[in-house]
Design a protein. Structure first.
Length: 171
């Protein structure tokens, strides 16, 4: 083999290796895996918000040119991890992390039922009458702050009551 063909072979191998690295890097997730924190475990002092009146597109990076990973429905509660100028890094109740445009967040607060079934009571008391039950993953609008472990909530059909904070995610 002459020097020219040896150099060409080395250059070709380096190019192919570089191309493979670029492909692997492009396919690597942009955010930490969901197993980084236990699901349904908010961090201390966590800031929560909810998606606004329209569904929100979740991206894998803070750019409209980034890959669209999924969509969250309106009023869906999220934990705010990072705020940039026009972008917010969020985590949902499934511990999935992504980026949304800051305008996708609404002014209303919401929680998601994390228990299999949550009893919504007429008063903030475990012995109060049950107004309705909400199944796991149901989203409820919050109507006030937590008081003695109870959160006032409203279902989208208009029913109101109090849910134990231990039965929801997003507060």
């Amino acid at each position: 083999m002459n020097a020219f063909s040896a150099n060409a072979a080395t250059l070709c191998a380096a190019f192919c290796f570089s191309a493979l690295l670029n492909i692997a890097h492009a396919q690597a997730p942009a955010t930490p895996p969901a197993a980084a924190l236990p699901a349904n475990t908010p961090t201390s002092g966590a800031l929560y918000a909810a998606i606004g009146d329209k569904p929100a597109i979740i991206y894998d990076a803070p750019s409209a040119k980034a890959q669209k990973t999924y969509i969250l429905s309106r009023m869906h509660p999220v934990q705010v991890l990072v705020k940039l100028d026009k972008w917010v890094k969020i985590r949902d109740a499934d511990n999935t992390i992504g980026w949304i445009e800051s305008t996708a967040l609404g002014n209303t607060r919401a929680v998601q039922i994390s228990a299999n079934t949550a009893e919504i009571r007429a008063m903030p008391n475990p012995n109060a009458t049950i107004v309705f039950e909400a199944q796991r993953l149901v989203v409820l609008e919050t109507t006030g702050p937590v008081v003695n472990g109870w959160l006032p909530v409203r279902h989208r059909d208009g029913q109101t009551g109090y849910v134990s904070k231990s039965q929801v995610w997003g507060e």
